[in-house]
Design a protein around this ligand. Structure first.
Ligand SMILES: NC(=O)c1ccc[n+]([C@@H]2O[C@H](COP(=O)([O-])OP(=O)(O)OC[C@H]3O[C@@H](n4cnc5c(N)ncnc54)[C@H](OP(=O)(O)O)[C@@H]3O)[C@@H](O)[C@H]2O)c1
Length: 339
């Protein structure tokens, strides 16, 4: 399916006025095999050049946002690939129309991440309108899927699940953690995690470091699904713009050595372009505006702490979505992703 540079694959971004959608537009714009042919917002007020909403994109991304109408699907020539950077329920409704028209859908929302239908009313507060797609959706945590093919519906992992799963999966897959002990994840996100629409809870001036959605966050079942076991997950909101720092604490299985831990992380990640195994606990500043996940660990006796950091809008959303598109279309992994 790979195309040459002068036969670029046409892509739309729906939700381009939002934080993740704007990042996608920026990355697609410099992608060697993709052409950002159209980009959409939902509100009339945002039907303007993208650079008027994001001045840092002036002269970088020259595209006028259009207002999304469902009629676009029936009336207009469709792209080969569409990125949905929308609220969960809007994605759940829209994705099937594109799929039926043969368009590859890369969805950044949580609409197709969970395999269990009854989790949607419980964690997402809506009854899923297209449950028949849940099993077919390919969950695209690229560092852990190997060479597996992706279906036409690609569900991009959530931001907290990305960093938490990458931190713990090698240990769990290699049976290095104590079965009886539930891993504990505490992760702090910057305010951009809540999207562009500020509310009192996430407006910069009112945010002060604190936990939220304790034992009820929608990313808990996603992390548990990825790891195949329960976790205790506590998200926190911090007064900074972007990035997530996750601290994962667990007990190692009996007799497991630091050398086995080292070997597991090396085995899974030494050839992964976007994972950096680091020698000191990562800080958010070192991953901000990058597509990397930085992972550090320390072992004391049978206790292990893994500290991992990502940029929520890139590795946690837009750059990870492009990694999936690159895999689907057979392009080199760094295409458009490397800054
Ligand atoms: N922010 C993150 O760190 C992050 C990370 C991973 C995944 N995600 C997920 O990615 C998705 C987008 O997140 P975001 O933070 O970028 O959101 P956002 O900043 O709030 O942007 C949402 C976008 O969707 C558009 N929109 C809203 N309702 C729509 C509808 N019914 N039809 C068409 N367009 C509609 C908005 O248009 P207007 O601006 O014109 O209203 C805007 O462009 C969400 O599902 C989120 O959970 C976000």
């Amino acid at each position: 399916m790979a195309m040459t540079v002068n036969q670029k694959t046409s892509a739309w971004v729906i939700g381009a006025s939002g934080f993740s959608g704007a990042e996608l537009c920026r990355l697609i714009n410099r992608h060697p095999y993709l052409q950002l042919s159209r980009a959409f917002a939902s509100s009339v007020a945002n039907a303007k050049p993208l650079a008027e909403l994001y001045p840092e994109l002036a002269t970088v991304v020259n595209i006028d946002l259009e207002v999304w109408r469902d009629q676009n699907i029936d009336q207009d020539p469709l792209p080969e690939l569409v990125f949905l950077a929308l609220p969960h329920e809007a994605s759940a409704k829209l994705a099937p129309y594109f799929l039926q028209a043969g368009v590859v859908v890369v969805d950044l929302s949580g609409a197709f991440r969970l395999k269990e239908l009854n989790k949607y009313p419980e964690f997402y507060n809506f009854k899923h309108p297209s449950p028949e797609y849940l099993q077919d959706a390919s969950y695209s945590l690229m560092e852990l899927i190997g060479d597996a093919e992706l279906n036409n519906l690609i569900s991009v992992p959530g931001c907290y699940p990305t960093v938490s799963t990458l931190a713990l999966a090698p240990l769990i897959r290699e049976n290095l953690l104590c079965e009886q002990q539930v891993p504990v994840i505490t992760a702090t996100s910057g305010v951009s995690g809540a999207g562009r629409q500020a509310t009192l809870n996430n407006s910069f001036c009112s945010v002060s470091l604190g936990a939220y959605a304790v034992l009820s966050h929608r990313h808990q079942p996603e992390i548990a699904q990825n790891l195949g076991r329960e976790v205790i997950f506590t998200p926190q909101l911090g007064a900074f713009k972007r990035g997530i720092l996750a601290t994962c604490s667990a007990r190692l299985g009996k007799g497991v050595t630091p050398a086995q831990v080292e070997q597991a992380f090396q085995q899974y990640y030494q050839n992964q372009t976007f994972i950096r195994l680091v020698a000191t606990p990562p800080k958010i500043a070192q991953v901000e505006n990058t597509p990397f996940c930085d992972i550090y660990w320390a072992v004391q006796g049978s206790n292990i702490v893994i500290s991992a950091a990502i940029d929520n809008l890139l590795k946690g959303a837009a750059s990870q979505a492009l990694q999936a598109a690159n895999h689907k279309f057979g392009w080199p992994q760094p295409s458009g992703v490397m800054l």
